[in-house]
Each structure stands twice: as structure tokens, then as C-alpha cells.
Design a protein around this ligand. Sequence first.
Ligand code: ADP
Ligand code: ZN
Ligand code: ZN
Length: 721
Amino acid sequence: MFAEVIVDIAHSDVDKIFDYACDETISAGMRVVVPFGRSAATGFVIRTKEKSDVPPEKLKRVYRAEENFPALNGECLGLAEKLRDRYRCPLALVLRLFLPSEMRTGKVGEASRNFARLTEEPFEPPLRAKQQLALIGFLRENGEADTAFLRERFGGALKALTDKGIVLIEKRRVFRDPYRGIEGEREERTLTPAQENALEAIGKTEKTVTLLHGVTGSGKTEVYLRLIAEQLRKGKTAIFLVPEISLTPQMLSQLRARFGGQAAILHSGLSAGERFDEWRRLREGSARIAIGARSAIFAPVENIGVIVIDEEHDGSYSSENAPRYNTFDVAFLRAKYNNCKLILGSATPSVETYKRAMDGEFGLVRLPERINKRPLPEVCIVDMRREIRRGNPSPFSVVLRERLKNCLDGGNQAILFLNRRGYSQTVLCRECGYVAKCEHCDVALTYHSEENCLKCHYCGARYHMLSGCPECGSVRIGYVGTGTQRVVTELKKLYPSARILRMDNDTTKGKEGHYKILKQFAQKEADILVGTQMVAKGHDFPSVTLVGILDADMSLHFPDYRSGERTFQLVTQVAGRSGRAEERGEVVLQTYEPENAVLRFAASYDYEGFYEHEIAMRAGMFPPFAKIVRVMVVGEDEKEALEALKEVFGKLEAVYAKQPEKFLFFNKMHSPIKRIKEKFRYQALMRLTDGAPLREIYEICSAVSYKKTVVYVEENPANLS
Ligand code: ADP
Ligand code: ZN
Ligand code: ZN
């Protein structure tokens, strides 16, 4: 027999299939060790065959299989080839997506423990040894038990009985349990009529993709769980994607309660061993629901009955590392292969998704009201220009202060949201306008008062706070903007007795950082939660009745065609944290641009209005009408990077010259951030119409090869910096 093998080296030079001789135990999808060059390499068996065209004297033999089962199933192999063609990258790189990285590096393996049981009766029990008799009694009653446990409880009796041959010890494989400490209570719920309708509509439609558009708190999760449970009953499996499961402990315990060991939850908080075991349980079929962030779309489940992408608009669904896949594209391929449904859920669908639903390509199902018809919180827009005119320079408007006081007096909780972490955004010289920047990244630094230092939010570098301006020597150093730290400091002055928690990248370091803060807040150990984007995500805190959005404009002025969409999503999501239980919620939205259309639509929860406005602005220019393609050229050697840019751009120009009408925009330039972590960044930016030669662009980029410069393609990148 022969095996076609791709070696697990991500380089275009070895991105081809090599034939090896092998025996019958080798099958497609297995990982094998093969002779390669002068040493050995790990590889993937793509297929096996009876004949090889390679002359026998040139054929080498597979040394051995890494595991005694195929790590990749047939679907995954086929999917990997499709993705390789789509994103033009070495197959080995795509195949790696399907495996837990721990498996490739060989750092973890299966865990096993010793179990003790009684030998077959009859045997002669020791008459006088009390402990030994107790142990025999225990095993008679319980069948078998972990030896570590028995040794602790019955001491030397275990060894004595083993020596007599009365107790047998067996080593057996165990799965590490990542859910210790997470227990949920199973709530029996009757579906609301809206949820019933949604399920019925999803059941009936012929379309592969359905958008579930439900306002915040409308009970989308319950709909997903029912869909999944239904497929499990039919003997099928499911994939459930959420942007950041480690951020939502409530979701974890709900899933745990509902599906128990059937669910494998893959999240960043797991240890390497736990992740490996969860993957194994899915591969073996003992777990049938894969739950996790975008990478869970590659879960090794077979016979999929439904795929759910929750918060489908979330930026985390497009990968920023090679291969730069889009989660929806992969999910769609898997849904087609398995002939199952793909459900996209959101309160604020991306404009692109909504358009596809409007055009009839996707089904559309709505949950227009919150559970129990709880009203959406009322949004009050505050004009911050007036506050300044009235002599209030603080980050809090008069209205917000009043409402905050009422909220706290009533024993309720509040969330204050802003876009920036740190104390103030930037440090600048009031005389000459000098701005402190990172030496490695060409971005402005942020002042952190707790450590009294300046930090770069791109590379984490720290600098001493300035005592004077390095340009002109002036000591008039000032701050612009407000960060989370400063908000907390100011709040403490205003409400000395309030207990305040801060949640941002600085306070959530470590494995359980988020979890701890959220838990404290959920248990009402704090009155106010101040935070960045992280506080916007899907949390369900019943006592929160006030949400303050301190700087609604920040994301509006991002130089990106999606800034309006992002702002709408962010405002809606943060507002959705308020008033989820009996008491009516309030939202105070502070802005310097109160007449802004996007903010107006967000304040009135008018998604359709926002969509019409946005689609009209983008027509013929931006996605979904055109595709933004950015070719990035990134390298530490500026000269080489420029050379690479020149070569790539030259080749792209030739493509452009053939069909200029397919390009709405085409140019090369510095990236907005010219340098990150010592690497220079250049780009060719394009806007393409339908039918533009995207494939050729990928081919050009994958064909160039430089020592210290990488070239890659991004489609509609989530971040254009
Ligand atoms: P969404 O994901 O749409 O924002 P959730 O799924 O978080 O909404 O649901 C909002 C709240 O309503 C949650 O507290 C959830 O437990 C509750 N809920 C959902 N469905 C029902 C139901 N059928 N009956 C009672 N409560 C429900
Ligand atoms: Zn930096
Ligand atoms: Zn100066």
C-alpha cells in the first residue's frame, strides 16, 4: 500500500504531496512520521492507494503512525483542500487548524489513572484485618474505585489485598474535566410564542443559512439550545460558536446544566491537557456538541445537525493570523457538506449579513421583543458641548450624575462604558504639540496613573512619564481624553462610599481575570462597573438599571468604513445590559455630536433605519457592494520591505491594467500605523467589484518570497490600522 503524505512544515517549497510505502494499518487522515530529507518529519496522510507512480527504488517507507486513529476525518481533509485553494496557503498550515496545537508539539498525551476492583468471588477474605474487610465491602458496593482515593481512605489495606490477589489494579485512560466548579441549575422553561415561531420558521425553511435577528434579551440563547437538543435527539452533533465564552460564565453553566458531558467546551481558559481531552472526546463521539470561539468551527465532529454562530457581527470571527479565514465561510462549507442548517444570531447583524437576508439569500427570523415584554431601556442623549459651555469639564454630565445617584440610592447597579483604557489617552506638550509615541510602533502612548508610566497598547512597552517636553523643553505637559482609570478616580471623588470595579485589558490579566470581576459584580460586591468593550458582551446582570456611555463618539471617528456600524453595535449592546429584570433600565449616552444619525438610530433601537441609512451611504463603494482587499507587506528591514512592496505592487498593477473597471480603488501606501513591534508596514489597498481577479491577487502574494518580509492578503479586514 501507498500513502500520499503532506509533511507538517508550513512552507510553500514543501507544499506538495509525497508518496510513501506503508502497511494496512495506515489510513487517510492519520498523522505519520516519515523519512524526509536527511531526517524525519511528521506528516498527514491525505489518501492511501494501491499503486504509486514513483519508481520502487525511490520510495521510502512510513516509519510509524503518531496515533492509532486518524486525527482528521474525510470531511476535514476535503475542507482543508478547499480552504487551501481559497486562501492560497500551504496545506499543512490549514490542516493544523483542525488539531489542538498541543497534539502537534507532542507536549501532552492521554492521562490515565489506576483503578482497583475485586477479583472474581469466591475468595478467602482475611478474617481479622478490619481495614481490609472494610475495603472489600466498599468495592463490593461500588464496583471499582480510584486507587489514590482508596489509599487515602483505607491506608495499607489496598496493598495488602493486592498482594493477596484479592484486589486487581488496572490502569485506565481518563479525561481531564475542565468544568470543576462550574455547575449550573437546569431551569425548565416554556418557550414564548415568539421563540416557538422562530423555531418553527427555522425548521421549515429550505435555506441553509438563517439569520435570527432578536433584540438584546429576547431569548436567542434558548432558541439555539433547543435547536441543538433537537439534533442530539436525532443522533447528530452540533457546533455552537460564541465570541468569547470565557467572558460569559452564565453561558458556561447553562450549557453544563443542559448538556452535561455531551458538550465539549473549548475556551482559552483550558489547560493544554484539558483542551486535548475535549478534542479527543469530540473525535471519539463521546461528546457531541463543540462549543467555543471561532477555532471551534474546526471541531472534529461528524454528522453535524446544526451550526450556530452567536453574535455573528463580532469582529473576532475573522482570523488575524494565517490562514486568514472567515469563520462564516468555513461554517457554510461544513453546513453544505453535512446538509444541515447554519444559524446566525445577533441583535445588531452586520450590514453585509442583513443585506443577504434582505436579498433572500438567507432566511430571516425575528424576535422583536424582550422576554416578558420588558421594555428596552430608554436612551437619553446628552450633548457634551453644552456641559463644557456650562463649565463642567468632568467626564460625567449633570444628567448622568443625577441618575447615578438615584441608581445607587435605590440599591441598584450601574455600568459605565468607555472606549479607552488607561488614565488619559495621550500625553502632549501644550506649547509645541509634541505627542509621546512608542519607539517601536509609531503610535501614541497612554498614561497609566497606577504605575505612573506611559504604555504602548500595541506592544506593551513601558516608558517613564515625561517631566518635560523632549522637543521644546516646556513643562506644560497635558493629557487629552479620558481613560478607565481616570473615570474610576473621578467617580471615587463623587461617590466616596460606592464600590467600584474596573474591567479592561489591564485588570483582566491571567486565566480567571474576567471571570473574577464579573462574578464579583454579579454577586453585588460592587455598585459600579467601569470598563471598555468587554463590558458590552452578552452579560446578564439583573440589578443593573443604569448604563452610561461616556464617549459615544470615539468609535465614530475611526477612519474605517465600518465605524458607523461598529458604533451602532456597541451602543446597542452596551445599552442592552440595562434593565434586564423587573426594574426599567436607563441609558445615558454622552456625545459631542448629538445630531449624528447613527447615534439617533441606536438610541431609538431602530436597526432597520440604521440599515437603510448605512446601505445608502455605502452603495456602489464599500462592502457589501465592493470588497476591500489589503495586501500587507510587513518586515523589520525597511529596505527589503520596500523592495517587496515594489515587486508585489508591480505585479498587481499588471493585473489592474488588464481590467481597471473591476477596481474602484487601487494604490500603495504606508499602513496607517507605520510600524508595530519593530516591523515596518506597507500596504496595497484595493476596492474590488464583483468578478475582480481576487484569485490572481492571492497567487501573486503567495509566490513572492523574501527573507525577512511577509506578504499577505486581507479581505474586508476588521481592522485597517
Ligand atoms: P439574548 O441572547 O437574546 O440577549 P438571552 O438568551 O440572554 O437573550 O435571554 C434573556 C433572558 O431571558 C435570560 O435571563 C434568559 O434566561 C431568559 N429567558 C429566555 N427564554 C425564556 C423563556 N422562554 N422563559 C423565561 N425566561 C426566558
Ligand atoms: Zn509599541
Ligand atoms: Zn514641546
